[in-house]
Design a binder for this molecule. Structure first.
Ligand code: NAP
Ligand code: F7E
Length: 321
């Protein structure tokens, strides 16, 4: 029975990946930060007994190398998925140093902890389409040059190259998944998709009358998080460590997302959505669209949930809540 360590287990992807690995028979170990409440574990609540014995949580932090070494030595995982990060792009402008520490240096800390522990494991780094930023070509693939546009993007570029450097320097089995935006009913409430589906439901229920957004013209390649965690696992089952773009190949604007979400509730978004400068970014990534041809050819991975179905799934889940 294989053991997998997931950092960032309390996040959106961590919860889907835990479920997926447990369904494959893995023992899952998750690194959790100490918090003044246990609320941050709510995405894992449904994994309580009987699967609970397949899931162990250890206190730790990517900024605290001893906690990483102790967890690695205790559980000797065969696979390590580094999903932990300060992952909000707009907030990375407010906290650039912390973002660089957690999202950039944090990955290097974990790579060093693995090296120091003499652990032979397969390592997954959660790289991001935000590394492409102001992209020179569309769609973006594994050979597209990076031009990050935020402290988050530059931190992910650092972590990405650190992961590749440890593969080339020490022969470590490291793979990077360059994932484009992926969403779900478990998406954090201050990312644009979830912000829209939550507020559209409040408006439909008569509890609110306006949704304030920033740049509605921004376009993203949005997929379903449940599909994307399978790609992470497939990368670590591949015959060799490598880097892969994971995306749908379709791009849609924030405005299109609003149209479908409000429309699904019988509302015309134009009556309710207003722009507010407070949600604009100092530098914006206007357009992202990924080419996942390499993952399709080498891993056999394809996305299953199309865009309109994703939007409706998120609206329905918030309505039920
Ligand atoms: P998320 O919901 O924001 O979760 C982030 C996780 O990282 C949380 O569990 C958080 O713990 C943890 N974390 C933050 N700082 C930490 C630290 N210093 N030490 C240990 N844990 C820490 O993110 P997500 O959407 O699941 O994304 C997962 C990963 O993929 C992230 O690295 C993200 O940058 C990357 N990514 C995401 C997307 C996307 O569209 N979702 C696309 C490309 C790449 P708390 O619960 O304690 O805050
Ligand atoms: O913004 C625009 C905003 O915050 C999407 C992270 O998971 O994916 C995510 O980063 C777009 C941007 O995600 C609002 O300006 C308009 O153009 O949902 P988001 P993101 O910045 O694309 C990448 C791949 C990651 O790696 C990240 O970790 O929507 N937008 N109005 C808004 N965005 C937000 N959050 N709030 C607004 O009111």
């Amino acid at each position: 029975m294989k053991t997998a360590l997931i950092t960032g287990i309390t996040g959106q992807d961590g919860s889907y990946l835990s479920e997926f690995l447990i369904s494959k028979g893995y023992n899952v170990v998750g690194l959790v930060r100490r918090n003044s409440t246990v609320d941050q574990r709510s995405r894992l609540d449904h994994l309580a007994a009987p699967v609970r014995k397949k899931l162990a949580l250890e206190y730790g932090d990517l900024l605290d190398i001893p906690s990483l070494v102790l967890t690695l030595k205790k559980h000797r995982p065969a696979e390590v998925y580094n999903l932990a990060a300060q992952s909000h792009v707009k907030i990375s402008f407010d906290q650039p140093i912390f973002t660089a520490q957690a999202t950039g240096l944090g990955a290097l800390n974990l790579l060093e902890a693995i090296r120091i522990s003499d652990l032979e494991c397969r390592f997954y780094q959660a790289s991001s389409s935000e590394m492409f930023g102001k992209a020179e070509q569309s769609p973006q693939n594994e050979r597209t040059p990076f031009h990050p546009r935020s402290p988050y993007g530059i931190s992910k570029v650092f972590a990405h190259w650190a992961t590749i450097n440890y593969r080339e320097s020490y022969g470590m089995w490291n793979s990077c998944g360059i994932l484009f935006n992926h969403e779900s009913p478990r998406r954090g409430e201050n990312f644009v998709t979830r912000k829209i589906t939550l507020q559209a439901n409040r408006i439909a229920a008569g509890l609110a009358d306006t949704l304030y957004l920033g740049n509605m013209n921004a376009k993203r390649d949005w997929g379903f998080a449940g599909d994307y965690v399978e790609a992470m696992w497939l990368m670590l089952q591949h015959s060799k460590p490598d880097d892969f773009v994971i995306a749908t190949g379709e791009t849609h604007s924030v405005e299109e997302f609003c149209k479908i979400a409000f429309g699904h509730l019988g509302l015309d978004y134009k009556k309710y959505v207003k722009t507010d400068q407070a949600y604009m970014r100092p530098a914006e990534v206007e357009l992202l669209c990924g080419d996942a041809g390499k993952a399709r050819a080498e891993l056999g991975w394809t996305p299953k949930v199309p865009f309109p179905q994703l939007v409706k799934m998120m609206v329905d889940a918030d309505k039920a809540r």
